[in-house]
Design a protein around this ligand. Structure first.
Ligand code: SF4
Length: 200
């Protein structure tokens, strides 16, 4: 199957691409991640992905980087949740219910973009590497990927790659690949920092 695989970063791409290639799929990676801030971080993750994918013979297509679009959707939802938590970043970090709507809006923006391109370029299906992370909302990823694919008229190829997260961590460490310590958006960076400070 000719598959456009939404890729969030290098480490998260390692195992899904191995599994999908072993299954015989023809992969193109699509880096559509307007959630990532600041722009330097976005570029660093893209560079890491390109370097690794180049060695693997995997094509990488960069989508539009539109932080304003992200702020107008997921960013607004995130601000509302933070206000509901009285500005307590640690509370948001430790209560998934306060993050889920923000992450859903974030997935939606990125998957709609990926599905649109998959349809325009006549891919058979669209997938995502996001579901390798146990820190994401796996069922929400599935729902949003299927929703975006149906709207664009392409097939969704969702797989739960979480059982391979440890192997992805091992492989990325072994190769010295850049591994970020927050999911991507400005909220997640502040939440990760708050959790680290709490653990000290
Ligand atoms: S935590 Fe990750 S998935 Fe959730 S809104 Fe931020 S960047 Fe998007």
């Amino acid at each position: 199957m000719k598959l456009l695989l939404h890729a969030c970063c290098g480490p998260c791409s390692l195992e899904p691409t191995r599994i999908l290639r072993a299954a015989g799929h023809d992969l193109t990676l699509y880096y559509a991640n307007s959630n990532i801030a600041p722009a330097e971080e976005y570029a660093h993750r893209l560079g890491t992905l390109r370097t690794w994918a180049g060695g693997e013979g995997l094509p990488v297509v960069e989508g539009p980087y539109d932080p304003a679009a992200w702020e107008a959707t997921a960013g607004r939802v995130g601000e509302a949740a933070l206000a509901a938590a009285d500005g307590d970043v640690l509370r948001v970090a430790t209560h998934p219910a306060l993050r889920e709507a923000r992450c859903r809006a974030c997935y939606r923006l990125r998957f709609e973009e990926a599905a649109r391109v998959a349809s325009e370029r006549r891919f058979d299906a669209v997938g995502t590497t996001l579901s390798v992370s146990p820190y994401q909302f796996t069922e929400v990823i599935r729902e949003e990927l299927e929703r975006a694919a149906a709207a664009a008229g392409v097939r969704a190829l969702f797989e739960d790659y979480r059982p391979f997260y440890d192997e992805a961590t091992r492989r990325s460490r072994a190769t010295g690949m850049y591994r970020q310590n927050f999911c991507g958006c400005r909220f997640s960076e502040a939440e990760a920092a708050a959790e680290r400070a709490e653990r000290k």
